[in-house]
Design a protein around this ligand. Structure first.
Ligand code: PLP
Length: 407
């Protein structure tokens, strides 16, 4: 039977303590034991199903983790207080002094800063490569390489990683392939394509209401146990634990993710096609002009589409700022970082979310000043949105007035 990530969430069955249709929230940091022996066994990791202390695990966090593991098709998962709170322990669990990482050069700014500026303190070095060039990826691997790191769809350039190809390279060189799937939940299932570890910032599409930060690591039981190990687990010891109340609210939002992703994708594809036809430099994986359109297509769970992220290049930062301010004034969305909200969000990555990346490196990877990143919202009437956006583009001089459609 085909892998159906949304069904896998739906098929979970958790009851609340009193038969509630939502699982009970465990509002406790610590747990009683009926016998001292069980407490000892739990510390030793030998008492399955017993909770010890909520930094280690809690029922609410396990419910959310199991739902996300079902979505990604992994054995289990561990939720965390933020996406960075998922990424950093994974790197530190897999790498120690003198180890090496091969990473895509187009990744989330915070991840880039962590790999570039922070882990060298522990003698962990990273080579940043063009992830779409498998030959270059393999050539960057050294005897000390432990991790191959990428995003399925990269931030902000929307490059697409060939996860099957990368997984073959990882297996050949005994590396762990770690994939951040934040931009393409449901659409792409990295673990099914061969990734060892799948990470999400739950802050974005998965929670979808821009009211919290959160993260998750999906992987094998063995790896998640390692992360949670009370003696040497990076998640346990660094302590970026999600709160139980939050875990329960993210779980509720997760249930509508498949409906939201279809709408984000539908609106994204509509706008991308219209923008491209208007002559704007548009990047969207669903466009045939996208260099990895066919690759995305070959990996995707078709129903959920090409996602809600697109970029246009309007030439200069000044024009980008002018356009974004006008679009906000016209209530087409918000000038804000982040993604996955019901409203469209737009920002200029070069001066915001990717500002951790030095300017010369931004240019080398094709991140230009006039780039605007859109997270397309759930707009019910996307044609109306498009027509108002187009009027804004004409007003600021990004499009010629001749393009104006009067109706
Ligand atoms: C936002 C984001 C992160 C970081 O997540 P936080 O929840 O903000 O810590 C990591 N990766 C990608 C691709 C992101 O968009």
């Amino acid at each position: 039977m085909a892998f159906k990530p949304a069904n896998n969430i739906q098929d979970l069955q958790y009851f609340g303590e009193f038969g509630g249709v939502n699982p009970s929230i465990s509002d406790s940091s610590t747990y009683t034991f009926l016998s001292a022996k069980t407490m000892f066994d739990t510390f030793e990791g030998n008492a399955d199903g017993c909770y010890l202390y909520s930094r280690h695990s809690s029922p609410s966090n396990l419910y959310l983790g199991e739902a996300l593991a079902a979505m990604e098709g992994t054995e289990t998962a561990n939720v965390s207080a933020s996406g960075m709170g998922a990424i950093t322990p994974v790197i530190l669990q897999l790498c120690g002094s003198d180890d090496h990482i091969v990473s895509s050069r187009t990744i989330y700014g915070g991840t880039y800063a962590f790999l570039k500026n922070f882990v060298p303190r522990f003698n962990i070095e990273t080579s940043f490569v063009d992830i779409t060039n498998l030959k270059m990826v393999e050539a960057a691997i050294t005897q000390n390489t432990k991790v191959l790191y990428c995003e399925s769809v990269s931030n902000p350039l929307l490059e697409v990683a060939d996860i099957k190809g990368l997984s073959e390279i990882a297996k050949k060189h005994h590396l762990k392939l770690v994939v951040d799937n934040t931009f393409s939940p449901l659409s792409i299932s990295p673990a099914i394509l061969g990734a060892d570890v799948v990470i999400h910032s739950l802050t974005k599409f998965i929670n979808g209401s821009s009211d919290t930060v959160g993260g998750v690591v999906c992987g094998t039981q063995e790896f998640i146990n390692d992360l949670r190990n009370i003696n040497c687990g990076a998640s346990m010891l660094l302590g970026s634990t999600m709160d139980s109340l939050r875990a329960s609210s993210v779980l509720k939002n997760l249930r509508t993710l498949h409906i939201r992703m279809q709408q984000h994708s539908k609106n994204g594809l509509y706008l991308a096609k219209r923008f491209e036809t208007d002559g704007l430099k548009t990047v969207y994986p669903g466009l045939k002009s996208h260099p990895s359109h066919n690759l995305f297509k070959s990996m995707m769970n078709e129903k959920y589409g090409y996602g809600g992220m697109l970029t246009i290049d309007v030439g200069t930062l000044e024009k980008a700022n002018e356009l974004m301010e006008l679009m906000q004034n016209k209530n087409l969305g918000y000038l804000a970082v982040s993604l996955g909200f019901y409203k469209t969000l737009f920002s200029a990555p070069g001066s915001s979310t990717s500002s951790e990346i030095p300017e010369d490196e931004q240019h080398a990877m094709g991140l230009s000043d006039g780039l605007i990143r859109f997270s397309i919202g759930l707009d019910d009437d996307i044609e109306r949105t498009y027509l108002i956006m187009k009027q804004c583009m004409i007003t600021v001089g990004v499009l010629e007035p001749t393009h104006l459609i009067t109706d």
